[in-house]
Design a protein around this ligand. Structure first.
Ligand SMILES: Nc1nc2c(ncn2[C@@H]2O[C@H](COP(=O)(O)OP(=O)(O)O)[C@@H](O)[C@H]2O)c(=O)[nH]1
Ligand SMILES: [Mg+2]
Length: 447
């Protein structure tokens, strides 16, 4: 997610080699400056960050450790703004969230993603209100999203947004929903009409949170419009959408500091699982190349059934990982979101994530091919991959409508999946992986 920035931090960190070497510090700072600016981090933010790091490192005695420690602290400070972090539930449910922003910024998609996150990861009961009644298509879009993620929608094209909000709140309270998300209409640009409508909805909704959804691809405009919404309506959080289209990532670095409101979530893809909490200390650890094991563990824990995982582990250890397991694994992977975002959380895997690109686990032709291939297998073949000799492979290729080459490629993938699974399934599973990662980091960040 922050590939470019992570790379440049590594570059700068490597420049510091000797203790008490002012020249090395200057070089590292210059390197950092260059790359932060290249990543589109606002120049004021860069200047402030570097000045503090320089001062603190000198005071503590120049060295790699002191430099890293200072950089880590200051990055965390810059990424943090006063207010809630992640998703915070109101003391009295339902927690009401008003989603606002310009047209096309990603409000409706983000509303769906947030509902999915709350439902799947936090196990909450979520209600969505369609308060964007500007266009009929908007309600239909939300309807499709809600159907896909299995979340209830309050919508009625013949009512006003205010009426819908009132209805949703009453339903939320009566039927004991944990969260009510309200999707609103946007405009192409900020105008009085939009602000008046939002103010009037806000009055009716009396929300716990106002999330401003900003399009990361608009760069500094995202910061400026967020500032305006903060002044005119008051916002409690920013969500950056379309982060996958902004490879530089600098906006995310500066926005909390510049707007004075915490960045709460980042959307990086069009699919429902493509939303991540923005928790400053975790992000910093990822930026400094130590990955974000906590987020990864959280994400996987809720999706992979523990009992199932244990059974699988024992199978893998006995070398009995078969095609049925492979299919099952792929199904759970689908729920995790894009490969890229998962890989980015694993220390040292950032670079590999880039090469992998965005494997579309849901719709890719590749998944269809794999399924077709496994579908053509006999029960015995599925359970025992070793049976697949050349004659059988030819039969499968014909049956699945694939070429020999495609079949061989898929079988190789299957083998690799088995190998990787074996590595990850040693004693203690996740714990061992975490330890392994820690060792891989080498040196690491002083804590
Ligand atoms: N690539 C990508 N596209 C996104 C993301 N979020 C939203 N979109 C797309 O942006 C377009 C506008 O989104 P929508 O939610 O309808 O915006 P709204 O007008 O603010 O409600 C849609 O085509 C979405 O699929 C994201 O994180 N990544
Ligand atoms: Mg919309």
């Amino acid at each position: 997610m922050f590939d470019t920035l992570t790379d440049s931090f590594k570059g700068a960190i490597d420049k510091i080699r000797f203790y008490d070497d002012e020249k090395a510090l200057k070089k590292a700072l210059a390197e950092l400056k260059k790359s932060l600016l290249k990543a589109d981090v606002h120049h004021k933010v860069v200047k402030e960050l570097l000045a503090t790091v320089e001062k603190e490192t000198k005071e503590a005695g120049i060295g790699k450790e002191t430099f890293l420690k200072s950089l880590q602290g200051d990055l965390t400070r810059i990424l943090t703004a006063e207010g809630n972090q992640g998703f915070v539930f109101a003391s009295k449910p339902p927690t009401v969230v008003l989603m606002i922003g310009l047209q096309g910024s990603g409000k409706t998609t983000t509303t769906g993603k947030l509902a999915y996150f709350l439902k799947e990861q936090k196990k909450k009961k979520v209600l969505i209100a369609a308060a964007d009644l500007q266009r009929l298509a908007a309600v239909e879009q939300l309807r499709q999203i809600c159907e896909q993620i299995g979340v209830t929608l309050v919508a009625d094209e013949n009512k006003t947004p205010q009426q819908i909000v009132k209805e949703a709140l009453a339903k939320g309270e009566k039927e004991l929903y944990d969260v009510v998300l309200i999707d609103t209409a946007g405009r192409l640009a900020i105008d009085d009409e939009l602000m008046d409508e939002l103010a009037s909805i806000q009055k009716v909704a009396n929300p716990d949170e106002l999330f401003y959804v900003a399009d990361a691809m608009t760069g500094m405009d995202a910061v400026r419009t967020a500032q305006t919404f903060k002044e005119k309506i008051g916002i409690t959080g920013v969500v950056l959408s379309k982060f996958d289209g902004d490879s530089k990532g600098g906006v995310a670095m500066g926005i909390a500091h510049q707007v004075g409101v915490p960045l709460r979530f980042i959307g990086a893809g069009e699919k429902m699982p493509d939303l991540e909490q923005f928790l400053p200390d975790r992000i910093v650890s990822r930026l400094m190349g130590s990955g974000d094991i906590e987020s990864l563990a959280e994400k996987t824990a809720n999706i992979i059934d523990e009992k199932q995982a244990k059974q699988l582990t024992s199978k893998i250890k006995k070398g009995k990982f078969n095609f049925n397991d492979f299919l099952e694994q792929m199904e759970s992977m689908k729920k995790l979101g894009s490969m890229k975002s998962i890989m980015g959380m694993i220390p040292g895997m950032g670079a590999m994530a880039k090469q992998l690109g965005d494997m579309d686990l849901e719709n890719s032709g590749e998944i269809r091919q794999i399924k077709a291939l496994i579908g053509s297998m006999t029960k015995k073949e599925r359970e025992n991959p070793d049976l697949l000799n050349n004659t059988r492979k030819r039969r499968l290729a014909a049956g699945a409508g694939l070429s020999q080459m495609q079949v061989n490629r898929i079988l190789k993938q299957f083998k690799n999946a088995g190998k990787m699974a074996k590595q990850l399934s040693g004693k203690g599973g996740m714990k061992q992986m975490q330890d392994m990662m820690k060792n891989m980091q080498g040196g690491g960040i002083p804590r």
